[in-house]
Design a protein around this ligand. Structure first.
Ligand code: NAD
Ligand code: UDP
Length: 328
């Protein structure tokens, strides 16, 4: 089996590379390193079954695909994961984020159609915006501010979903959409800005944890291994074209509860500082995973404390290393 993975040097993409390689896939990883880290691909690059392509997938795919060996041009699955994912990054790279989820997704669809590949599009729980229904089922249309600071991300992901779904209807391609809820684990970057890396790094440095707003907002945190298990099932099971599926852990925690757990696991006294809540920050977030349970026989297995312990171990080991370097 052959996979193309856009966003391969990122947090989720690089774990997906490693998982598929363990399962004997050949993998072509494509990334422009906008938010990725070349170190994440060190293991993969040591094997002949992995090819790295440094390219911007918002640009036409013709140039870099034509440089690959012929058998590599027809992947079984294209996993389109490229996109900044952290609010800090996507607000900094707002136009690039819109491009990769709109134009990049159009290229992924065109390529998948021509190659006869299955397309797996990585969407997000942000498609639900600040949800008025709780927990969120796939049938909920969402509550999104189309002109807010987060709209570059959530509206472009929604456009990507609309484009992929329309391509299934109009072009007959095989494509599936995963709505990913907050996922965490080793290889998140210290400067990524998302809550789990921020809390882990601060706790390990003995600094106070930055709680945005009053910390009563909730999120549901899924460990990376669980998420990838769900994504691979969604991408590879026959007969699922056109489906949109939530993958996430339904355990729901306030941000203050999360801060307390991280401090406890890091064995430091809990100290927090209050920071203003960013605009349009969703108040609640929890997936309804009935569809994933039914269609994919999937549910998460890793408890938050166990996943956080592994994540803390990762940040501990990286504490003295420089941040990110280019891998090509
Ligand atoms: P990440 O920032 O670690 O990885 C994204 C990767 O995409 C990076 O390596 C980056 O360099 C690459 N990239 C960005 N724009 C590109 C472009 N134009 N061309 C080529 N490569 C490009 O983020 P992540 O957490 O691994 O997220 C991966 C995907 O999953 C994203 O699509 C994101 O929206 C989605 N997602 C993630 C989460 C989560 O909690 N991690 C939640 C919801 C959705
Ligand atoms: N958050 C926080 N402190 C931080 C970073 C984030 O309190 O240092 C909050 C943020 O306001 C949000 C939640 O944690 O309510 C999750 O934020 P993250 O950026 O991880 O993900 P998203 O908002 O995309 O779900």
């Amino acid at each position: 089996m052959l996979a193309y993975i856009t966003g391969a040097a990122g947090f989720l993409g690089s774990h997906l590379v490693d998982q598929l390689m363990r399962d004997d896939w050949n993998v072509v990883g494509i990334d422009n390193l906008a938010t990725g880290d070349g170190r994440n691909l060190d293991d993969a690059r040591a094997t002949a079954r992995f090819t790295f392509v440094h390219a911007d997938v918002s640009q036409p795919w013709r140039e870099w695909t034509s440089s690959l060996a012929t058998p590599l041009q027809r992947p079984d699955v294209v996993f389109h994961l490229a996109s900044p994912a952290s609010p800090v990054h996507y607000e900094r790279l707002a136009l690039e984020t819109m491009a990769v989820n709109a134009v990049g997704t159009m290229h992924a669809v065109g390529f998948s159609q021509a190659a006869g590949s299955t397309l797996l599009y990585a969407s997000t729980s942000e498609s639900y915006g600040d949800p008025l229904e709780h927990p969120q089922r796939e049938s909920y249309w969402g509550n999104v501010n189309p002109v807010g600071v987060r709209s570059c991300y959530d509206e472009s992901k929604r456009y990507g979903e609309a484009y992929v779904t329309t391509a299934v209807r109009k072009l007959g391609i095989d494509a599936r959409i995963v709505r990913i809820f907050n996922t965490y684990g080793p290889r998140m970057q210290a400067g990524d800005g998302r809550v789990i890396p921020n809390f882990c790094v601060s706790a390990l440095r003995g600094e106070p944890l930055t709680v945005y707003g009053d910390g009563s907002q909730t999120r549901s945190f899924c460990y990376v291994d669980d998420l990838l298990d769900g994504i691979v099932r969604l991408a590879t099971r026959p007969g699922l074209s056109g489906n949109v599926v939530n993958i996430g852990n339904p355990g729901e925690f306030t941000i203050r509860e999360l801060a307390a757990i991280v401090a406890e696991l890091a064995e430091v006294e809990l100290r927090t500082i209050d920071v203003a809540l960013p605009p349009d920050d969703p108040a609640r977030r929890r997936p309804d995973i009935t569809k994933a349970r039914t269609l994919l026989e999937w549910e998460p297995k890793v408890a938050l404390r166990d996943g956080l312990q592994k994540t803390l171990d990762f940040f501990r080991a990286r504490a003295d290393e420089p941040t990110g370097y280019d891998c090509v």
